[in-house]
Write a protein that binds this ligand. Structure first.
Ligand code: IPE
Ligand code: IPE
Ligand code: MG
Length: 254
């Protein structure tokens, strides 16, 4: 039997091949199918999905990750029936109201990425409050991608960079990958090392398409409401067995 690619040293992960992941991003998928399998409305799947969010945050902190990004509403999810969109908006609001005091106390910095323009004023205010009340927290960052689309984010960043050029604050020739990335919603945040997608679907669905250019992907069949520490650890273990080459040749000569 071969040695496990992942061990722990104190509370920290030690990976055999890749450096331990610092930032994990998750495409939380399968709430609808979880509900359908139980003859429940889709809203029940989304509600149960919030419990899985709480478990994932706890596990990520236990594993000493620095950042967890969760995809919770895409720019394409507006295509869903109005009632479902309303449910998803309501769950974000409820999550912030219920969990912000605890997250704040536990040293979690909350950031919301995505376009806020089309969100209602009450959600914009809550999201702003979650960010401002946890800004000083440095232990762990929870990024929630809400009304988020990778293409939309890149277009908004391009506009902002163009605006900076127009104002004379930036020269076009000074725009490189690093400078451009600062205009993205994620700003100077570290890129994800690992992207996990649940429910067996194998696509990015417009998630972090700039930032995850060199992330490792792990696809698991588990439906999001069933996601737990065991599934999370197994995904990390798979990541730890990978060799990240970033276009180089890998191995000891890197
Ligand atoms: C993920 O579950 C939650 C969101 C996309 C908001 P889905 O609602 O996509 O569940 P399935 O894919 O229909 O099972
Ligand atoms: C991706 O899931 C978006 C989120 C998890 C928020 P979807 O269920 O919306 O993606 P598609 O439609 O299957 O690609
Ligand atoms: Mg889905």
């Amino acid at each position: 039997m071969s040695a496990s690619p992942v061990t722990t040293e104190g509370a920290s992960l030690v990976c055999a091949r890749a450096p331990a992941p610092k930032h994990v991003a998750i495409i939380m998928d399968g709430n609808g199918r979880w509900a359908k399998a139980r003859a429940l409305p889709r809203s029940a799947g989304h509600r149960e999905g919030v419990e899985a969010v709480r478990r994932a945050v706890e596990t990520a902190r236990d594993m000493n990750l620095e950042c967890l990004t969760l995809y919770s509403f895409s720019t394409e999810n507006w295509r869903r029936p109005a009632g479902e969109v309303r449910d998803l908006m309501g769950l974000l609001k409820q999550f912030i109201v219920d969990d912000l005091p605890r997250l704040k106390k536990e040293g979690v910095c909350v950031r919301i990425i995505g376009d806020r323009k089309n969100l209602t004023a009450d959600i914009r205010a809550l999201v702003g409050r979650a960010e401002s009340e946890t800004r000083e927290n440095t232990k762990f960052t929870l990024q929630i991608a809400f009304n988020y689309g990778g293409r939309d984010e890149i277009v908004r960043a391009a506009r902002a960079a163009g605006e900076a050029v127009r104002k004379g604050d930036l020269r076009p020739e000074d725009i490189d990958e690093e400078v451009f990335a600062e205009f993205l919603d994620t700003g100077a945040a570290p890129e994800p090392d690992l992207v996990i997608r649940t429910s067996g679907e194998k696509r990015t669905s417009n998630f972090l398409i700039w930032q995850a250019a060199y992330a490792e992907y792990v696809f698991v069949d588990t439906l999001w409401p069933d996601f737990n520490a065991e599934v999370f650890s197994a995904a990390i273990e798979e990541y730890c067995g990978r060799e990240r080459r970033f276009g180089g040749v890998g191995g000891p000569s890197r």
